[in-house]
Ligand binder design. Sequence first.
Ligand SMILES: NC(=O)c1ccc[n+]([C@@H]2O[C@H](COP(=O)([O-])OP(=O)(O)OC[C@H]3O[C@@H](n4cnc5c(N)ncnc54)[C@H](OP(=O)(O)O)[C@@H]3O)[C@@H](O)[C@H]2O)c1
Length: 260
Amino acid sequence: MDLKLTGRRALVTGGSKGIGLAVAEELAGEGVDVAICARNAAEVEAAAERLRRLGHTVHAQAADVTIPGQVIDLVERSAQALGGLDILVNNAGAAHPGNFESLTDEDWQGDLDVKLYSQIRCTRAALPHLRQSPAARVININSVYARYPDPSFFATTVNRAACLNLSKALAREFAGEAILVNSVNIGLVVTPQWQNIRARRAPDLSEEEFFASLARDEVPLGRFGSVAEVSGLVAFLASDRASYLTGTSIDVAGGMGKYV
Ligand SMILES: NC(=O)c1ccc[n+]([C@@H]2O[C@H](COP(=O)([O-])OP(=O)(O)OC[C@H]3O[C@@H](n4cnc5c(N)ncnc54)[C@H](OP(=O)(O)O)[C@@H]3O)[C@@H](O)[C@H]2O)c1
C-alpha cells in the first residue's frame, strides 16, 4: 500500500533506538523527512547515519524531553531543518519499575516528566507548526498498562493512564483544526530496554527463552512483539488512510490486557 507520505515532515522523540528508531526508519522509508532526538548524542548521530542512507532529509539533535528549554529548541530546530512539521511521534520514555511503597516522590516526578510532561511540552511546542500542515498528526506511544494496572510498574500504570487521557482530550480540543491525535499502546516489544533487563536478570537465558517466559502468562499470542509490528501501525496512522481516526487508542500487544 502506498501511504502517500512522501514529502511529509516528522519529529520522532527517542528516535535513537528501539521503537522510536524503527518508526523513524519506517517513515523515512515512506519518503518522510525526519527529525529525531535522544539524550545520548553519539547514539543519535549513529541513528541519523542509518536514516540518511534512506535518502531523505534527517535532522538529529541531542535533547532531553524532560527539560522544557530543550524541548522548545528541539521542535524549533527540527521544523527549521525540515521546513515544517506534519507528524509528531511522542515516543521517548523508559520503564520505571517499582510498587507503591517503594516509589519516592522523586521517582513519581521523574516518571511523570518523561512520560506525561514530555508529551504535553512536545505537543505544545509543535502546535504552531502542525497548524500549518494539511495533514497534522500527533501519535503518542503509550502502554497497555494505561488501562491494565500492574502494581509492579505502579508509576507507569498511573502516569500512562494520564497519557491516554491526554491523547483523547487533545483529539477533542484540536479536531476542529484537523490535528489528529491517537495513542498506540505497547504491550511487550523487544527493544534495547528489554535486552538490558534480560542481560541483568537472566544472563544465562537466551533472549528467546527469556522473552517467551515473560510472555507466557500475559500475552495470548505467547511472544514479545517486534519493533516493526509497531512502526507499521504508526506509519498508517500518520497517513491519509487514517484521516477519520482521532482520539483512538490502539493496542499493539498480542492480546495482552484483560479488558474490553
Ligand atoms: N518496549 C516495550 O515493551 C514497551 C512497553 C510499553 C511502553 N513502551 C514505551 O515505548 C517507548 C519506546 O520504548 P523502547 O522500548 O523503544 O525504549 P528504548 O529502547 O529504551 O528507547 C528509548 C528511546 O527514548 C530515548 N529517551 C529516553 N529518555 C529520554 C529523554 N528523557 N529525553 C529524550 N530521549 C529519551 C532513548 O535515548 P536516550 O536514553 O539516549 O535518551 C531512546 O532513544 C517508551 O515511551 C516506552 O515507555 C515500550
